[in-house]
Design a protein around this ligand. Structure first.
Ligand SMILES: [Zn+2]
Ligand SMILES: [Zn+2]
Length: 338
C-alpha cells in the first residue's frame, strides 16, 4: 500500500470527517466554556479541566494516528514461493499434486492451520494473488490487496487493516476515544442541565453544549460495544475473523486453538512490560508469523509438528525487513515454550 493512498483515504473517509468535526467542536466548545458567558469561575478547576482535556486529546490523536498510519504487516519472503517452486507449482496441472507441492514447502515453515472446504481438510492455505503460503492467522485483505498478518478486520474508521502490526494501537484508540467522549460528556453535563431547565444564557455556546453532549454520548455508547467485544476477543485470543470462522488445525476446526490463558493472551497483544500497555508503542510479542498453540495435544496431532524447531533455527524473517519498517527493534521472533 503506497504512502499516497494512506494519506488520501483518511481524508476522504466520511467516518473520518465526522471524527474530525467532533474534534474541532470539542476544542471550540472548551474555548467557549471557558469564555465569558458560560464559564468556570474557579482557576484551579479551569487548570484541572484543561490539563485532563489535553491529556485525553493527546492520547486520542496519538493512538488514532498510529492506527491509521501503521502499514499492515505482510508475510516475509520465507512464505513466498521461490522461483523454482513457483514454476513447479504452475506446471503441475493435477490439483492433488499441487497440494502435495505446497505441503512439502510448508514443512520448512511454522504453519499449523489448514484450509477447509466442504467439511473436509484440503490443504495448506495459499494466497493465489500474493503467491504466499499464508502463515497462521494471516488473511488476504481485498481492500489493501495484500496478505495481512493476524488480520482482524479492515476498518473504515481508520481506513486501514487492523492486524498484527496495529492491533494494540487500535485497542488503545478505542479506549482513549471512550475516555475522551466520557470526559467531554461529564464536563458538559452541568451546562446541558442548565440548558434543559432554561438557565443557560443565549449565546453560541448553546449549540456547542447540545452538539457535544449528544455526539459524545453517541460515540461513547457505540464504542463501548465495540470495545467490549474486542476485550472478549483478546481474552480468548481470537481475531474478529476467527470469531466468525474458527481456524482449522490438523485435528479440525478449533476456535480456542490460540487461546493460551488470559494472561498470556493479553501479553501477546500488549507485551510483557505492563508500564507500556497504555502507551501506543509497538510491544506485541513475536513477529506475527507464528503463534503458540493452545495445548501440546493439538500439536501432537499436527503432522507439521517438527516445523517449529526448524523454524527457530533458520529464522531470518525479521532481518529481511518484512515487518513494518519503522517498528521497534524489539520485534524479533520469540518462540514460546509451552
Ligand atoms: Zn494475499
Ligand atoms: Zn485491509
Amino acid at each position: 500500500m503506497g504512502t499516497d493512498s494512506l494519506w488520501i483515504g483518511p481524508v476522504m473517509s466520511l467516518a473520518d470527517v465526522v471524527l474530525r468535526l467532533f474534534l474541532v467542536q470539542a476544542a471550540m466548545a472548551v474555548v467557549q466554556l471557558f469564555s465569558v458567558r458560560v464559564t468556570l469561575t474557579n482557576t484551579f478547576e479551569k487548570v484541572v479541566y484543561l490539563l485532563v482535556f489535553h491529556v485525553c486529546f493527546l492520547m486520542f490523536t496519538w493512538t488514532y494516528w498510529k492506527s491509521i498510519f501503521t502499514p499492515p504487516a505482510s508475510p516475509c519472503k520465507k512464505f513466498q514461493l521461490s522461483y523454482s517452486d513457483k514454476q513447479r507449482y504452475e506446471m503441475e496441472e493435477r490439483p492433488d499434486a499441487q497440494k502435495q507441492i505446497l505441503i512439502e514447502i510448508a514443512k520448512k515453515l511454522p504453519i499449523f492451520t489448514r484450509a477447509q472446504s466442504g467439511g473436509r481438510l484440503t490443504t495448506i492455505r495459499f494466497c493465489d494473488r500474493c503467491q504466499v503460503l499464508k502463515p497462521d492467522r494471516c488473511h488476504h485483505c481485498s481492500v489493501c490487496e495484500t496478505c495481512v498478518l493476524k488480520m482482524d478486520h479492515h476498518c473504515p474508521w481508520v481506513n486501514n487493516c487492523v492486524g498484527f502490526a496495529n492491533y494494540k494501537f487500535f485497542l488503545l484508540f478505542l479506549s482513549y476515544s471512550m475516555l475522551y467522549c466520557i470526559y467531554i460528556a461529564a464536563t458538559v453535563f452541568q451546562y446541558f442541565f442548565k440548558f434543559w431547565v432554561g438557565d443557560l444564557p443565549n449565546s453560541p455556546a448553546k449549540f456547542h453544549v447540545l452538539f457535544l453532549m449528544f455526539v459524545a454520548l453517541m460515540f461513547f455508547i457505540s464504542l463501548m460495544f465495540l470495545f467490549g467485544y474486542h476485550c472478549w476477543l483478546v481474552a480468548k485470543n481470537r481475531s474478529t475473523l476467527e470469531a466468525f470462522s474458527a481456524p482449522v488445525f490438523g485435528s479440525g476446526p478449533d476456535k480456542n486453538g490460540f487461546n493460551v490463558g488470559i494472561r498470556k493472551n493479553l501479553e501477546q497483544v500488549f507485551g510483557e512490560d505492563r508500564r507500556l500497555w497504555l502507551i501506543p508503542v509497538f510491544t506485541s510479542q513475536g513477529n506475527g508469523h507464528y503463534f503458540p498453540l493452545k495445548s501440546s495435544s493439538s500439536d501432537s496431532q499436527n503432522p507439521l509438528l517438527s516445523n517449529e524447531d526448524m523454524w527457530e533455527e533458520s529464522d531470518d524473517c525479521s532481518e529481511e525487513g518484512s515487518l513494518v519498517e519503522d517498528q521497534d527493534p524489539s520485534v524479533t521472533i520469540e518462540m514460546e515454550e509451552e
